[in-house]
Design a protein around this ligand. Structure first.
Ligand code: NAD
Ligand code: GLY
Length: 350
């Protein structure tokens, strides 16, 4: 097992290793004085891991209750959120109890937001079961639900008390969902770590999961320590996302987040080469590794459509969109791009 300590407004450990689920009860008991552990999970994850988790918590003396909602992004909304709130109240969950988010980023974001707001804040534990949740969403305290107008528009910064990542849970992920998480892993390599990138190039999908997840969490730990509330350097984690959001929205969310981010990273890399920000070798390495992982690098959507979507990006400030652009593998820059030149930049990358 590897342990990464995150120092944000509160400090907590991220524990990563095989077979950790059965020790969840003991781990929670060490960080929370709760009597009741309320597990929130989705309809895919609960049948696979609910019993192990509930048993482990029960064996450590917790009373266990559970709330399971239909899997998928369409559940990450106000209606599910209120159902969770009512469930907590009906089960007399108090501020000294705790929530357990058992699932991917959808469960983690929604449960985290419920924890941040129920009784003005109760303890919660992230138990990520997707690669994306393990390397990104479970760490760093961003919690949210979606509105009809857009994703993650309601949320809070609220750190968990513990993140417990059992790498064995990734064995049941559909291939496609695993690849989606790989796009985020590759993103960390491009942003910060040429050695991580080289490991991924060498091993492909057979990369060392425990080591790679640990490295990504260390990188995210550093970002969160520097900019917990996302006012500066944390926005680098948006590499590929501004244009990726356009692909997601343009496809009415039939293109998954990971694949859209892969396309976004390929587009900014091609545009960066044309603008002389990175060299051809860097651009080729990025496009090739995405292909190696079975991720898409092209889109049928026009520069006009992607440009319109980028304009409604949450990170836009006035007449400028902050694009994250690679200079070389392991180093990217935040490039404030005036909206007048954004369409040309996107066009160059298509
Ligand atoms: P997800 O939670 O929808 O999980 C993807 C699918 O895999 C779902 O069908 C789920 O039921 C299933 N699943 C999960 N674990 C499984 C397992 N071990 N075995 C089999 N099936 C399993 O999606 P995701 O990709 O994990 O997360 C995407 C969400 O994360 C989005 O809502 C996004 O906005 C959010 N996100 C948040 C942050 C953050 O910092 N908070 C960062 C990135 C993404
Ligand atoms: N996933 C983006 C962030 O945590 O800032």
């Amino acid at each position: 097992m590897n342990i990464v300590k995150v120092n944000a407004s509160t400090s907590y450990e991220v524990k990563i290793g095989a077979g950790l689920l059965s020790s969840l009860g003991a781990e929670v008991a060490a960080v929370a004085k709760a009597q009741i552990a309320a597990i929130v999970s989705d309809s895919n994850v609960w049948p696979l891991y609910g019993e192990t988790v509930a048993k482990s918590l029960g064996n450590s003396g917790f009373s266990v209750v559970s709330y399971v909602f239909p899997a998928g992004e369409s559940s990450k909304n106000g209606s599910t959120y209120l159902s969770v709130m009512n469930f907590l109240a009906q089960n007399h969950i108090t501020r000294s109890d705790c929530l357990i988010a058992l699932g991917g980023g959808v469960v983690g974001d929604l449960t985290g937001f419920a924890a941040a707001t129920y009784l003005r804040g109760i303890a919660f534990i992230q138990v990520p079961t997707t690669l994306l949740a393990a390397v990104d969403s479970s760490v760093g305290g961003k919690t949210a639900i979606d509105l009809e107008c857009g994703k993650n528009l309601v949320g809070a910064f609220y750190q968990p008390k513990l993140v417990l990542c059992d790498t064995d849970t990734l064995n049941t992920l559909p291939d496609d969902t695993f690849r989606d998480g790989c796009a985020e892993v590759i993103k960390y390599g491009i942003l910060y770590d040429a050695r991580l990138f080289a490991h991924l190039q060498e091993k492909g999908l057979a990369f060392d999961r425990e080591a790679v997840i640990t490295r990504c969490v260390e990188l995210k730990r550093d970002v969160v320590a520097e900019d917990e509330f996302d006012t500066g350097s944390r926005m680098k984690l948006n590499l590929g996302h501004t244009i990726g959001h356009g692909v997601e929205a343009g496809s009415h969310y039939t293109v998954s987040h990971g694949k859209a981010v892969a396309i976004g990273m390929a587009i900014v890399s091609r545009a960066a080469e044309k603008e002389g920000i990175c060299d051809e070798c860097t651009k080729n390495s990025i496009v090739e590794i995405l292909k190696q992982f079975g991720l898409p690098t092209d889109t049928e959507f026009s520069a006009k459509l992607l440009y319109s979507a980028a304009l409604s990006d949450k990170k836009r400030t006035g007449g400028t969109v902050n694009l994250i652009v690679p200079e070389t593998i392991g180093r990217c820059v935040i490039r404030p791009t005036p909206v007048e030149t954004l369409k040309t930049f996107i066009q160059e990358g298509l």
